[in-house]
Ligand binder design. Structure first.
Ligand SMILES: [Zn+2]
Length: 313
């Protein structure tokens, strides 16, 4: 069964630990070519995330991470950079694995829309406005003042709407979310967030937010961060992931839910989900509870449909 994973931080590790080899099945990398191949992942999203350990992140750092993406990830003969719907359709005819390039937080763009355009030209196709804290565009979800977008941030939303970069609301503040709903008229995603109703962590989305994503024909990627799944338990099981899927389906989201693991961005893991190669354990659990076509949609079809509609042709 084919899989799409809508979020990982492997690029950050490859950037910080220069000896790591994406082509080797090493313990340090949750996402590597051998693990993607083992699991049957057909498309993996790779986030450009400038870790908090980089002081004063600049556009130059983003470019360095894009360089790493090409040197270490797309250089594999069986990996293909996906920038358009036709790229996606093309890999379905081959054994290749697709790689989508995304940006997690616009801090390093420093309000420069030319940088945003350059990222589009370089193939970035999804972008989160913030990480957890405030930047020039908006407040992140952990920012104490709980603000929304700045004036410049609102202008940015108009700019990005015309460009073909999909906006990602994971990490955005609640006020920012609702301002975005008013201002941004295209479908958007939450690449790695879960249901607040089941796990009241600020990074998760309320039922009203989830219903809004469904209404806009967007997509929500269930993430495997244990404390976003069940913050009452020290050991979180795959069954917790199924509860979030059940909940989103109950809100009408059966065609709008997929996965966004956050592998390589986490230091705790769900039991039996230590790395991307373990997706088979989710498939097994899903197949006990859902029909084959539902399981196919959660793992692949929903992300595929969304991306084919929203990527450049
Ligand atoms: Zn994140």
């Amino acid at each position: 069964m084919k899989i799409v994973d809508g979020h990982c931080d492997a690029l950050t590790k490859l950037y910080q630990q220069t000896k790591l080899d994406f082509n080797q099945d090493v313990l340090e990398l949750d996402v590597s070519f051998p693990k993607l191949q083992k699991a049957g992942v057909k498309v993996q999203f790779f986030a450009i995330y400038l870790s908090e350990s980089i002081p004063n992140p600049s556009f130059d750092h983003i470019l360095q991470m894009i360089d790493i993406f090409h040197q270490k990830v797309t250089s594999h003969p069986q990996m293909r950079f996906i920038q358009s719907a036709s790229d996606w359709l093309a890999i379905e005819q081959t054994e290749e694995i697709g790689a989508v390039l995304t940006l997690e937080g616009m801090d390093a763009l420093a309000g420069n829309f030319t940088y945003l355009h350059i990222l589009y030209h370089l193939g970035v196709r999804c972008a989160g406005v913030t990480w957890n804290y405030a930047n020039w565009a908006a407040d992140g979800i952990m920012e104490q003042r709980k603000g929304g977008f700045t004036k410049k941030g609102k202008l940015m939303l108009k700019e990005i709407e015309s460009m073909g970069i999909i906006v990602d609301v994971s990490h955005l503040s609640v006020a920012g979310f609702w301002e975005l709903v008013e201002l941004y008229k295209k479908p958007f995603i939450a690449s790695h967030s879960n249901a607040y109703h089941l796990c009241p962590h600020p990074r998760n989305l309320s039922d009203d937010q989830i219903k809004t994503i469904i209404q806009c024909k967007g997509l929500m990627g269930i993430t495997f961060v244990p404390y976003f799944l069940d913050n009452a338990k020290s050991t979180v099981q795959i069954s917790s992931i199924l509860k979030h899927i059940d909940h989103i389906c109950a809100l009408g989201g059966e065609s709008h839910v997929g996965f966004g693991s956050d592998f390589d961005g986490i230091e705790q893991w769900v039991k039996d989900l230590r790395h991307v190669g373990d997706y088979g354990n989710i498939i097994e659990a899903l197949c006990k509870n859902y029909t084959e076509s539902q399981v196919e949609a959660f793992l692949y079809g929903n992300w595929r449909n969304f991306m084919l509609r929203n990527l450049p042709k």
